[in-house]
Design a protein around this ligand. Sequence first.
Ligand SMILES: Nc1ncnc2c1ncn2[C@@H]1O[C@H](COP(=O)(O)OP(=O)(O)OP(=O)(O)O)[C@@H](O)[C@H]1O
Ligand SMILES: [Mg+2]
Length: 313
Amino acid sequence: MAAALPDAEIVLSAEHLTKRFGRREAVSDVSFDVRAGEVFGFLGPNGAGKTTTIRMLVGLARPDRGAVRIRGLDLARDFRRAMVHVGCIVEAPDLYRYLTGRENLVHFSRMLDDGATGRIPELARLVALSERLDDRVSTYSLGMRQRLGIAQALLGNPDILILDEPANGLDPAGIREIRELVRHLAEDRGIAVFVSSHLLSEVEQTCDRVAIIHRGRTLATGPVRELVDRVASDRIRVVARPARAAAGILAGFGEAETSAGEDEGSIDARVPRERLPDALRALAAGGVDVFAVERRLASLEEVFLDVTGGETV
Ligand SMILES: Nc1ncnc2c1ncn2[C@@H]1O[C@H](COP(=O)(O)OP(=O)(O)OP(=O)(O)O)[C@@H](O)[C@H]1O
Ligand SMILES: [Mg+2]
């Protein structure tokens, strides 16, 4: 984990959240902090408990155990004062399709502070909807509706934006627009952004930190790069001749696989870093010619496979 930022920077914390439906626990003891200026990813496959957790974060579901704190305020005790700091879209934006984009934003801004209506033009520009703002929402594409939803969530000038699978159903261009918007909000405006996703590549490209949730439990939490490096630290690729003999020797130091035989070929191996010098000496002593040793880069997918014991997203 990176060095913890001071408490003042923590905008939202989930503390031991647990939710049962009947006898089944959909969310079990989930804890994390979301900090100002970061994009925090909540990564998990269908049914992992993402939406259930988000519903607890915004007061749509009551936890059986645990608490949510927003800017230090306990959501259960101080609901209104806490929610002033939150903008959210749970599952799909709540929009009136027969109204225009502008009418929707005006409608929702009436429930907020006096400045909210005045923010509409700027927010429309921010989500690239200025030119379509006076068209009915029923004529919008899915990506446009998602962006209007984000503008709506930002009307109250929140410190934290919570988005449940904002990339769902969007094409690559739409996904990229949401990604750039989310990065901008965090980096340039200092907003804390919490996004759930089942898309590994999306989380890898968008998020600073991630919690991996699987069957209601968080299996790993930390900076994306650190999690990836942790899994990758012992993964190497060796090019050697004869490849099969090299794989046999490397297997004595960890794991090694090759499909090559007596010729030169590559071997994918896992050798702990501190044992690598010995492994290379053993290769030389075994009469193997080594042409290259490189560290293999891991992806978030490998982290996911590692922490879930081989299950895919
Ligand atoms: N109201 C409910 N009543 C009973 N079970 C529920 C309810 N809501 C969710 N669940 C169960 O809780 C588990 C987690 O569901 P949840 O919707 O939180 O998953 P998710 O990670 O958001 O999945 P998806 O990626 O499909 O949106 C599932 O097993 C689901 O069936
Ligand atoms: Mg969901």
